[in-house]
Design a binder for this molecule. Structure first.
Ligand code: HEC
Ligand code: HEC
Ligand code: HEC
Ligand code: HEC
Length: 232
């Protein structure tokens, strides 16, 4: 049926329609115009995404004296190689689908901004650990994906690192640990009791994922027994 003469005729008609002049413009021209309009729309969309990735945009809400001030004291702001990691480098994914998801999730920030959740340094401190937990949770879940956009165990020369760093990184590789497991507070201050909270975040995540692993194992077992019992 797919190869019937009517079908081929239809394709030929479409083809000649594309290339014959419409009333004023050729269909080809109209399609080209649509293509250009698409690029302009896409560009505007991209521009918005880029704009909302700048430091100026982020600190237009987060109080200067907390996040920005703390971060400016760290190696990711000033260092001997002159490579800077800005807010979005650590907090906004590069990959298209993860990035769009993060931007959509950030709509809740606008709500909290209007509600004044972190509007004073005192409120910020009171809320810090719960915000930090949200970041840890994301980083654990993504295997510190944003750190790995710049850093990679494979490219680290352990012979150039101080002994403690090299041996801890070997331990990290051997035990499947992720950057944030050891490098909390890399850009911001931490409250004294943060490690206990980090532990709780880790345990909560483990509890969330364990049933699915178990289910998978059970599924596998069920499928296996089904196949072996029915294989005669
Ligand atoms: C419209 C104001 C506003 C802008 C712009 C904004 N934030 Fe926020 N952000 C907030 C508020 C308010 C909270 C507290 C929300 C809460 O309690 O969940 C927050 C929370 C956070 C948190 C805490 C953890 C989390 O995921 O909720 C991080 C990290 C963060 N913002 C990073 C950024 C970065 C990076 C940018 C720039 C790309 C940015 N924010 C831009 C208002 C803003
Ligand atoms: C935009 C790239 C970029 C991103 C993203 C990034 N870093 Fe870095 N990081 C750097 C650079 C550049 C240096 C400084 C290198 C130098 O000159 O010594 C650095 C230094 C460090 C150091 C050394 C600290 C010290 O005191 O010597 C640690 C630890 C580190 N990063 C961990 C992290 C972690 C954890 C993350 C994710 C939360 C991260 N980095 C995200 C680029 C990045
Ligand atoms: C098991 C704990 C652990 C894990 C996991 C870990 N690190 Fe480290 N890292 C350390 C220790 C300890 C040091 C040395 C002290 C310091 O700088 O904090 C260090 C130092 C560093 C340094 C500075 C090295 C130097 O000699 O200048 C960088 C950069 C770094 N880590 C990046 C990372 C990144 C990126 C990840 C994830 C891919 C990671 N680390 C995972 C423990 C760890
Ligand atoms: C080098 C990576 C890195 C950079 C750069 C960075 N952050 Fe963070 N940020 C983190 C990590 C990791 C956490 C989780 C808490 C912790 O371990 O300190 C965090 C936590 C936060 C939180 C939660 C509250 C808190 O204080 O812990 C906010 C809000 C935040 N970041 C905003 C920003 C803003 C705004 C900028 C830019 C001025 C920025 N971050 C730059 C890595 C980074």
């Amino acid at each position: 049926m797919a190869d019937s003469p009517e079908n081929r005729g239809w394709i030929r008609r479409l083809w000649s329609w594309i290339w014959t002049p419409a009333v004023a413009f050729s269909s080809g021209f109209l399609i080209l115009a649509g293509f250009l309009a698409g690029i302009l729309f896409w560009g505007g969309f991209h521009w918005t995404l880029e704009l909302t990735n700048t430091e100026e945009f982020c600190v237009s809400c987060h109080t200067m004296e907390t996040n920005l001030g703390e971060y400016r004291e760290t190696i990711h702001y000033n260092n001997h190689s002159g490579v800077r990691a800005i807010c979005s480098d650590c907090h906004v994914p590069h990959e298209w689908n993860h990035k769009i998801k993060a931007k959509i999730m950030a709509v809740k920030d606008v709500y909290h901004e209007l509600a004044g959740t972190i509007s004073t340094p005192e409120k910020y401190e009171a809320h810090r650990l719960s915000m930090a937990s949200a970041v840890w949770k994301k980083m654990k879940a993504s295997d510190s994906r944003e750190c790995r956009n710049c850093h990679n165990f494979d490219y680290m020369d352990f012979t150039l690192q101080e002994t403690r760093a090299a041996s801890e990184h070997q331990r990290a590789i051997d035990n499947n640990m992720t950057c944030i497991d050891c490098h909390q507070g890399i850009a911001h201050s931490l409250p004294p009791d943060y490690l206990q909270t980090y532990q709780e975040v880790t345990e909560a995540l483990n509890a969330e994922t364990r049933p699915t692993h178990q289910q998978l194992a059970e599924n596998g077992e069920a499928i296996r027994s089904y196949l072996t019992s029915g294989a005669d």
